[in-house]
Design a protein around this ligand. Sequence first.
Ligand code: BGC
Length: 771
Amino acid sequence: MKKIAFIAAGMLAAFSAFAQPQLSADNIDEIIKAMTLEEKVTLLVGGSRAVNINGVPSGTTDLVPGAAGVTRAVPRLGIPQTVLADGPAGVRINPTRKNDPQTYYATAFPVGTSLATTWNLDLVNEVTVAMGQEVLEFGVDVLLAPGMNIHRNVLCGRNFEYFSEDPFLSGKMAAAYVKGIQSNGVGTSVKHYAANNQETNRHENDSRVSQRALREIYLKNFEIAIKESNPWTVMSSYNVLNGEYTQQSYDLLTTILREEWGWDGIVMTDWGNKLGTVKSVKAGNDVMEPGNQNEMERIIAGVKNGEITQEELDRNVRNMLEYIVKTPRFKGYAYSNKPDTDAHTALVRKAGAEGMVLLKNNDVLPLSGDEKIGLWGVSSYDFIAGGTGSGHVNKKYIRNVQEGFEGNGVTVASAPASWYKKYIAYTEETMANNGIGGGWGKPVLPEVEVSLNFVKKVEAATDVAVITIGRNAGEGGDRKNGQGDFRLNAVEVANLQNICDVYHKAGKKVVVVLNIGGVIETASWKHLPDAILLAWQPGMEGGASVADVLLGKVNPSGKLATTFPMEYLDNPSSHNFPYDYGTAQMRGNRGPAAPRKNVDYTAYEEGIYVGYRYFTTAGVEVSYPFGYGLSYTTFAYSRPVVKATQDGFTATITVTNTGKVAGKEAVQVYVTAPAGGLDKPALELKAFAKTGELAPGESQTLTMTVDNYGIASFNEANSAWEAPAGVYKVHFAASVADIRATADYKLKTAKTWKVNNVLAPAEPVNEIKIK
Ligand code: BGC
């Protein structure tokens, strides 16, 4: 009897295996044929918010608690669910789990802005190879990163997640990032595609951008990353672009992304349900995240009533299956939940230090290490590793500046340390009691006033003052052009003034450390301290990285990837940015029916003149220019060599360390196009390279390649990229304001690349003209 039952079960299994093909990399056609409509739609709608097929949920983030989303399973056909987690500064998952003594802390790496200011693609690769190992070992299939929107305006609340105001630097950084993560056999989702440059009304705001600005600035970085690194996925953004939601734009998701750029991965929505799911499917947005039942029903109805064709449905399903077969979950990878976090924190310390930018140094840094430090500012003791929102990483600890100094054997005065810590404990408790903080990270604690007497007492017992100024921001809100945010507040100014007065009177120096995620105003106070180190939000070892740089264990080599203006309004995008959203003045100006500028729509009237493209062309003074950063040594640049190649040129220069300590130099190549034709920025970054650590007297020759397509501009009249014939000036520079050598590149015949005439705004954008 037993034997018969056994044979029958075996036959059944054989039969069902025969009747129900199981997904493999080679039978995707067969699987598509075998799928019911419901099963196909199951793949096109994520499963984090209880989406059911025939009453049965087929996806849940419980698989990796704290992950942002999943794609759903079809068990009958051997299709597993896959797991998606944020990004970009590390894997964002819950650190603890119910009834489980083990912890799941991920490494908090430096934020995107900090990585960009390293100008070191190899280092970004090293960081992301490590981060990708955490993605894999925590059982995640796709990291929802990198964030790569352009720093159009310094107050965008998510700038810390993004790289730069320059599309070339941003694109190269993103490509290095994607390659590093994906080298682990897991995926990335470059986000947020596209023109998602503010958080105010981010779900509905219409970015109104000219075709030229779109192509040259807001799509260029994605184009570089897509073509160079082939990310598994792209995340469409929340916002509207020239009248259409990006996730519903066929021209953005199919015409440009797939047909022009030749990419074949999957597009997922950002995390919000929009009406018009049918349009998203048709546009080539393969999966709705995090997914809900309405979306499932809308797609099924769309297929049944013919709005979605069978080809469109199957195209997206095929994309999904091609993605799924690449994932570790499909391959049955046995993840450990134990990535090598010790090695990774050492890397955070190194990378965080390399992203730091020395803005000012009046004969004080590096410290000798023998000084006793008077350490001021709340953020010195409550250091900020990264920003808030979905970019917040649940890490085990954050190393503060005091610990950083002490770990390097340097003494920090105890009186301010214990005073600040009491304040921090009290403020945190009050915040927690009021429900502030939690899973998305806490806001920066308000600065506290130090009395002149206290400063004097501490000064008498210390040799140098270090003051940390902190800022934090994140998803869901933009920063303010006001005190305590873009500007220092009254307490910060008073403390800085008092500490500088007291220490300077005693012949002692003051160093300011900026622990910030985005640009702040520096012009009004930078004369006060003797040195300023821009530390950014450098990850969980931040205090150690700061101390390493201040003590000269690491020679700073970071350079700005975004301009620090003199004044907020100097940046032309500021006239079309919701910096005062929410103020009484703005609310009062609102007509009840009229769309509100910068809330319902934002006109990108600065066109291509974003960041240094504007400041250098208009000749407007800045506080710290793009590409700027000091070192403890000096570098000389040789005579440059520019050589034509078949489709562009190579730019070669030899850099020599002419100072007394070892250091690295990031060389930037800016191009000035020949006059005539289209309006052009004075300078545009077209290549960069960083030397290795050069010993005093040591030289290194750097050769960079630029192709003609890279120096072309977009001519809307012809829907074409055009590089006119003529002489291009090729500048080798230490910053956009510090050109060290120039050579010519002669393009003998004009070059043209015709593309599709798509994504035009309904009305021309009234762009500024610079004479
Ligand atoms: C953010 C994305 C993030 C997603 C999942 C969204 O609100 O805009 O950047 O990846 O949430 O957490």
